[in-house]
Design a protein around this ligand. Structure first.
Ligand code: EPU
Length: 338
């Protein structure tokens, strides 16, 4: 384990923000993690995974622990066709999905091409196209930063919700996830193609009996059309969460906008796509210096090159204000603003 000084984090966050880490420690196994957490000169740490869900608005003066622990392994296949898999925190999420598809393990194909690492996937319960991490997650192991002991979080311990978990609430900043366990299928895969865009994509490719690879390819094609590739244009995926509003409020909105897209969450609540709200406010495709709103998906803020975190944040605030003024709806950031 070695400490590097004044390291640019530009390559370590998908927004491509050029903030500096005063101390940068790459962690490739649990022993190194425990060692780093015992360094006597530090009491606080910044945990960095794939850097895909953060907006850095300044340099980081506390040590950055870059979790780079690698490895993925199928543990056991049951007679019911289920397979248990353990993946170390530093594995890239999409590479894990591709590995599953190569090995014919089903369950994560709808989550293709999501940026970030496996170890951070439980924090915000990543989700796309009708599937969330919680649907395939069984447990994760984590190190308690205070006691340095290992703790296992079972599915029910994690309190998963829409882009939410215990790791964003009461366990925030207290644990470092080191590996994640999944239960996938090794045959008779339960495909989830109910999300409209997936159906259309499969139909336009004349696929009537899709495999997990077909579903993954469809998701990849849809995402590539809608979402910017962070290697080309810096971004953190959806910048905001989709707001959930009382049904009565939605009915008022619907009177003015009969075609407003929406999803029914419960008898009393409706989720409205923030991308639509932002587009209605005229921001889609707009650019302010190097900060902008993506042209194909208004929910995604982008860095065209050298935007500072503060500039992206200023744009985000401007959007929030505008959406509130027009619709009386508050939209909140999904990414962690640091
Ligand atoms: N829409 C617009 N204009 C836009 C964008 C969207 O009008 O610029 C409307 C359209 O009517 C569209 C609807 O919003 O039908 C929904 O759009 P989309 O299918 O792109 O999904 P989303 O609700 O905007 C969510 C996730 C995405 C995930 C997709 C697909 C959140 C915050 N975002 O976006 O997740 O890929 O569904 O499941 O829930 C991410 O979290 O980083 C992310 C990309």
């Amino acid at each position: 384990m070695s400490i590097q000084h004044n390291v640019s984090l530009k390559e370590f966050n998908t927004f491509g923000i050029d903030a500096k880490a005063k101390y940068f420690i790459s962690i490739s196994n649990k022993e190194e993690l425990i060692e780093a957490l015992q360094l006597p000169q530090f009491s606080e740490y910044f945990v960095l995974g794939g850097g895909s869900n953060m907006l850095l608005t300044g340099d980081i003066d506390i040590p950055v622990l870059h979790i780079n622990i690698k490895g993925k392994e199928a543990l056991a296949v049951s007679s019911q066709g289920h397979v248990g898999i353990e993946v170390q925190a530093g594995e890239n999420w999409h590479e894990f999905v591709l590995w599953c598809i190569e090995n014919n393990y089903g369950g994560v194909e709808n989550l293709s091409l999501i940026p970030g690492n496996v170890g951070t996937s439980p924090i915000q319960n990543i989700g796309a196209y009708g599937v969330e991490l919680k649907d395939v997650f069984t447990s994760c192991t984590a190190i308690d930063i205070e006691t340095l002991e290992e703790k296992i979080f079972m599915l029910e311990d994690c309190k998963f919700g829409y882009r939410n978990s215990i790791f964003k609430n009461e366990a925030k900043g207290k644990y470092i996830i080191t590996s994640v366990f999944f239960e996938l299928t090794s045959r008779d895969h339960q495909l989830n193609t109910s999300y409209g865009a997936i159906q259309q994509e499969l139909e336009s490719n004349n696929i009537s009996e899709p495999t997990i690879k077909d579903v993954s390819d469809a998701v990849i094609a849809i995402r590539q059309r809608k979402l910017p590739d962070p290697k080309e244009i810096g971004n953190s995926g959806s910048f905001f969460k989709n707001p959930v509003i009382p049904k009565a409020e939605f009915e008022v909105l619907q009177e003015k906008h009969p075609n407003a897209p929406h999803y029914v969450v419960s008898d009393t609540e409706i989720k409205v796509p923030a991308g639509w709200l932002i587009e209605q406010c005229g921001f889609k495709g707009q650019r302010f210096g190097d900060a902008g709103v993506h042209k194909n998906q208004a929910l995604v803020l982008v860095n065209y090159g050298n935007a500072k975190g503060e500039e992206i944040l200023a744009l985000a605030k401007k959007i929030q204000k505008s959406v509130f003024e027009k619709f009386n709806i508050s939209i909140v950031a999904e990414v962690n603003v640091i």
